[in-house]
Ligand binder design. Sequence first.
Ligand code: HSE
Length: 312
Amino acid sequence: MSDFVGLKVFAPATVANVAVGYDILGFAIEGPGDEIKIGYGKNPGLKIRAIHGAKNKLPKSIEKNTAGVAAQALLKYLGKEEMPIEMDIYKKMPFASGMGSSAASAVAGAFAVNEFLGCPLNKKELLPFVLKGEQVADGAYHADNVAPSLMGGIVLIRNNQEHDIINLPVPNGIYAVVIHPEISVLTSESRSILSDTITMDQMIEQSGNLAAFVASLYRSDLELMKRSLKDIIVEPQRAKLIPHFYDLKDIALKNEALGFSISGAGPSLFALCQNSLIAENVATKICEHLISKGIESQSYISEINKEGAIKL
Ligand code: HSE
């Protein structure tokens, strides 16, 4: 396939929920993510020419692809739906993984269009369009993957419907470990098994953990972070989807991780660590345990990505 003149953007993978903030907290990581090349097409309208790195498992149709939906929503808003535009998507991360693959596509799609048109909107203004794209993936409206992929850093969402997001401070030196075990968990299933109700006691305990985690970021207080990175509501319900989850958690915490839980809807897992040495050790021990149980996995070790979506 011939190349076209245009530009290229990147949107990073993300960890959603971060144990304490189901649907309202996420951070971006360095390394894996989606690249999109965008340029002028031959015919009016938006077209996805090719998707690389997805083994033909992702739809090229604009209405079904999260990048296509987000890009199209932005073009419509700008009154440029008829503009001849083509995109090539390069998936440089596993999909259906709990690492925000559909969100990275949605962010890269809208961000690419915005850059191609000379940045009519700022990054934060792209949020409603990327959310629309992300919604195609699991039918739900939550920005805990798209917001950090777009903005970078650790992002708290005060209200998903109102697109009210807050970038939180990132303590110096902390590292994230993300482990992707080669097992399959559907986001829709992982959401549908969750109970609709929680008790008042659970609400009180989880609010305490979320608030204290946010405080730990503002104070760079890693001991407080360690005490607060606890999910008493969602993790216990989803742990059964991930074989050996509690053994893996035990290994991570015994090896000095500050916290360990499920990344997004799973099957990926994440740990936050005080430094890169601890992160590497935690990643090695988790992967070794998984392989001893016959489960292959990939690990990603990175600082928190502070830039979010970028033009390459
Ligand atoms: N907050 C979402 C969930 C992230 O846990 O289901 C995955 O899309």
